[in-house]
Design a protein around this ligand. Structure first.
Ligand code: 5XR
Ligand code: SF4
Length: 304
C-alpha cells in the first residue's frame, strides 16, 4: 500500500483529522483535511466534534494552541522537533521584566508564542487580526511581542505606541526577504502585485502592494483581478496559492525563504506519529486555562 493510502486508512480507523499550516510541504497539504493559518486550523478542530485525534502539521506553538482550545482531543505534532524559533525569543521572565517597567500597560502577544508566555498576557492576536485587536483595546500604549516587525507595522496602522518585547524578536525566515530581489522581479513582471507578510522588515513593507497574513494573502490572491503575484512569505504557501488559482502566476520574492521547522513534518513522520499516537502536545493547567483566556479574549475583540 502507498504511504498516502496507509495514512488515510489509519486516519479513518482512529477518527483523526490532519490539519496543515500554509507552510507545510505540498504532499502534506494535499493529504490534509484543512490547510490554513494556526487559528483557522484550531477553529476547524473545534468544529470537528467527532474527531478524537488531531494531527497538527505545523510547529510547537500552533499545536499548543490547538490543545488549549480542544482539551478533549489528543493533539499530535508529527515531528517533535518542529519548534518556532521566534516563539522561543520571548520567555516568561522577559515578560515579567517588562511588566515591572510598564505596570499599567496591557500585554498583547502574537500567537507565535509558547503557552507559558500566553499565560502572562492580556490578549493574543494573529498577524491577520493584530491591528483589529490593538484598536479594540482601551489603551494608547501596549507591550507587544515577540515579533518587532509586526509590532512596528501595528504601530504604523493604529497610531498607538507599540513597545516590542523583546526589543528585536524576529522570524528567521521572513528576515531573508529584501527589496533588491523584488526590484529585479518587478522589472521582469511589471504588472505583478507584491504581497508581503508583516513579519518582513520595514523596507519590504514599504514596497508592498498588499500586506497581510497567510490567510489574508490567499484571500487577496483570489479576489484581486491581477494575474501575477510576487509573494514574500514562506515558500510553502505557493502550493496552496497555485492550487486555488490555477490561472494565476505566483513567484517567491526570495528563493531561499524556507522555514526548516515547518518542513520537518514529512509524510513518513505523519504516518508514524499517527500509528504510535506519539508526540502528544499537552499544556498543563493552570497555564492552559490562563492562555485560553487570552485566546478567547482575542476572539471576543475580533467578534469571530
Ligand atoms: O509565520 C507564521 O508562523 C505564519 C503566520 C501566518 O500568517 O499564518 O504568521 N501565523 C500567524 O498568523 C498565526 C496564525 O494563526
Ligand atoms: Fe516561526 Fe517564522 Fe517558521 Fe513561522 S515561519 S514558524 S514565525 S520561524
Amino acid at each position: 500500500m502507498e504511504l498516502v493510502e496507509k495514512i488515510l486508512k489509519l486516519k479513518k480507523e482512529k477518527r483523526a483529522i490532519i490539519l496543515a499550516h500554509n507552510y507545510q510541504r505540498p504532499e502534506v497539504q494535499d493529504i490534509a483535511d484543512y490547510v490554513g493559518d494556526s487559528i483557522e486550523l484550531s477553529r476547524k478542530a473545534m468544529e470537528e466534534k467527532d474527531a478524537e485525534i488531531i494531527v497538527f502539521a505545523a510547529v510547537d506553538f500552533m499545536a499548543e494552541s490547538a490543545a488549549i482550545l480542544n482539551p478533549d482531543k489528543k493533539v499530535l505534532l508529527p515531528s517533535a522537533g518542529a519548534r518556532c524559533p521566534m516563539a522561543q525569543m520571548l520567555t516568561v521572565d522577559e515578560i515579567k521584566r517588562w511588566k515591572v517597567l510598564y505596570p499599567l500597560v496591557p500585554v498583547v502577544l502574537y500567537v507565535n508564542t509558547l503557552a507559558s508566555a500566553k499565560a502572562y498576557c492580556d490578549v493574543c492576536c494573529t498577524s491577520a487580526n493584530a491591528v483589529e485587536v490593538i484598536n479594540a483595546l482601551n489603551a494608547e500604549t501596549v507591550l507587544f511581542g515577540p515579533d518587532h516587525n509586526l509590532a512596528e507595522y501595528v504601530q504604523e496602522k493604529t497610531g498607538k505606541t507599540v513597545i516590542p518585547i523583546p526589543e528585536r524578536g524576529f522570524c528567521p525566515t521572513h528576515l531573508l526577504f529584501h527589496p533588491e530581489e523584488v526590484q529585479v522581479l518587478k522589472e521582469k513582471y511589471p504588472d505583478a502585485v507584491v504581497m508581503v507578510h508583516p513579519e518582513c522588515n520595514a523596507e519590504m513593507r514599504k514596497i508592498a502592494d498588499f500586506i497581510g497574513s497567510t490567510s489574508q494573502m490567499c484571500k487577496h490572491a483570489k479576489e484581486s483581478p491581477a494575474k501575477t503575484f510576487i509573494v514574500a512569505t514562506e515558500e510553502g504557501i505557493l502550493h496552496r496559492l497555485r492550487k486555488e488559482n490555477p490561472n494565476k502566476q505566483f513567484i517567491l520574492a526570495y528563493e531561499g525563504a524556507i522555514c526548516p521547522n515547518m518542513k520537518l513534518n514529512t509524510l513518513e513522520r505523519i504516518y508514524s506519529a499517527l500509528k504510535a499516537e506519539k508526540h502528544v502536545v499537552t499544556v498543563p493547567e493552570p497555564v492552559a486555562s490562563k492562555a485560553r483566556k487570552a485566546l478567547e479574549k482575542m476572539f471576543e475583540l475580533t467578534q469571530r
